[in-house]
Ligand binder design. Sequence first.
Ligand SMILES: [Mg+2]
Ligand SMILES: [Zn+2]
Length: 180
Amino acid sequence: MQERGAKALFLDRDGIINVDHGYVYEIDKFEFTEGLFELLRIFVAKGYLLFVVTNQSGIERGYYSEDDFQTLTKWMLDRLKKEGIEVTSVQFCPHEPQKKCTCRKPKRGMVDKILSQHRIDLANSWLIGDKQSDIDLALNSDIANTIGIGKRTIEKATHTFKTILECKLFLEENQAIIKS
Ligand SMILES: [Mg+2]
Ligand SMILES: [Zn+2]
């Protein structure tokens, strides 16, 4: 049988891992979403690698520095590890939209970077995000399964839920849709 690579879960950050208060860069403003740890553990238990892909234009806009972002990221990863959740890597785009870089979602630069470092089975991989640009990133990079979260209208996601908690409850009841 041909080796297909690792299954992966690609995660947006703001609005998915943490409550989106707008340009979050301080630890005391970083609030994990309800149900997130349990949701991630479902994927971890099934052998998925976790990757964060996040647009952080607040860096180029000068709202916070790359150091601020990295300090928060290290804290976030430590907290997740304490919950038994290992993230393989965090990719971020620091650019403003008008820079027309190749990494700002929905462009696929951040996913391409991950694919250059890991063999990923995209057909059995998932992406969770709260904006159309997240879902469009998945479409642009052949990530087959997508979950849109929130009250915004999100088109072309394979699943949509109002909250991470609602998503987590659904996945607990329907674990078979996530390939082991
Ligand atoms: Mg988001
Ligand atoms: Zn960029």
